[in-house]
Design a protein around this ligand. Structure first.
Ligand SMILES: [Zn+2]
Length: 339
């Protein structure tokens, strides 16, 4: 019998499902990958920025994937008023997502200066909504954008001491340090791809567009700090895949879109990583407990079991090339209990 590993049903605290018919396919993939809950990002076209839009988007997702609970976010605009925020919260929003202008997919209408959205953050603090940050400063050199944002993180921390904040897809050692020094109401999500790859994997040999994402993959020493944070058992660091599907035509092209489709492979890759560090016993907290704890949610009922049997990653999923397409991972999903 191959070795197995069983752990509580996991959450993914950062996913992109896009919109229209494909959103249902991608939601179904999240359910099939074994996730019980996902935090759904709002940068659709048009964006999710009102209670009716949020309710309709959640309905589409949960209709396509009835075993998946969609935790919803809205896109922060400087003009969002307190009533709209209260309505979003009543409709079930748990977080608002800040996109600085122009830093990633569909962020052309993002926030130019953090101060422009100060009243929104104040209202979110009062309403106990989590602030999810795409923590990159758009004017900095591409590799320095996260570091350039961290001053903004500390001003936010100082101005809104009760506001829960998440530095999404942290990608640098400096980002990890900033979260550590900001106290327990500041957390960070970590993606599988930032834990596994550096910029060299994308551009060091032939260009691999399937590793092109925002924030960019960074230096080996950054990756080392990210892995330490993931393995540390510190509840400020938890899993968010930033799984971001783009069609093969949009990735294998000039002006390639940023984003990695990691949903089908994230858990398998994390199993390999934690196993290689002798830390399989810490995986459950990272994927199934710390995020829920930060968001004030109970752990999911039920378990997932993986077994150590080779699993070949498909080369194409709904027209999208997943991360590690065509390669073989060493763990495969065996069963899901008590969903
Ligand atoms: Zn994202």
């Amino acid at each position: 019998m191959p070795p197995t590993l069983t752990f509580g049903r996991p959450d993914d605290f950062h996913v992109h499902f896009r919109q229209g018919e494909v959103a249902g396919h991608f939601a179904r993939d999240a359910q099939d990958a074994g996730f019980a809950r996902v935090l759904v990002m709002p940068n659709t076209l048009p964006p999710i920025d009102s209670a009716p839009a949020l309710t309709e988007y959640r309905r589409q997702i949960e209709a396509a994937a009835p075993g998946l609970r969609a935790l919803m976010t809205f896109k922060i605009r400087p003009g969002l008023d307190r009533q709209t925020l209260a309505d979003l919260r009543s409709a079930g929003a748990v977080a608002g997502k800040l996109y600085p202008e122009g830093v990633t997919t569909h962020s052309e209408d993002g926030v130019r200066r953090l101060e422009d959205a100060w009243p929104v953050f104040a209202a979110m603090e009062d309403l106990d909504l989590v602030l999810c940050l795409h923590g990159e400063h758009p004017d900095a050199f591409s590799l320095d954008r996260e570091a350039a944002f961290l001053g903004g993180l500390s001003s936010l921390r100082a101005a809104f001491p009760r506001l829960r904040m998440v530095l999404e897809h942290v990608s640098t050692a400096a980002g990890v340090d900033a979260v550590l020094s900001s106290g327990p109401l500041t957390a960070a999500t970590l993606t599988a791809h930032h834990l596994l790859f550096t910029l060299d994997d994308m551009v060091g040999g032939k260009l691999d567009p399937h590793l092109f994402c925002k924030p960019l993959l960074k230096r080996p020493e950054d990756r080392t700090r990210l892995v330490e944070a993931a393995l540390s058992g510190n509840p400020q660091f938890f899993f968010g895949s930033d799984s971001a599907p783009h069609s093969r035509e949009h990735k294998e092209a000039a002006l390639c879109s940023a984003g990695c489709y990691t949903m089908p492979v994230s858990l398998g890759l994390l199993l390999e990583l934690f196993e290689s560090r002798g830390a399989l016993d810490r995986l459950e907290a990272f994927v199934s407990r710390f995020g829920a704890q930060f968001y004030g949610l109970e752990p999911n009922p039920g378990t997932l079991t993986f077994e150590k049997l080779p699993w070949k990653v498909p080369s194409l999923v709904h027209g999208v090339v997943p991360l590690k397409a065509g390669t073989t991972l060493s763990w495969s999903l065996k069963s899901l209990q008590g969903a």
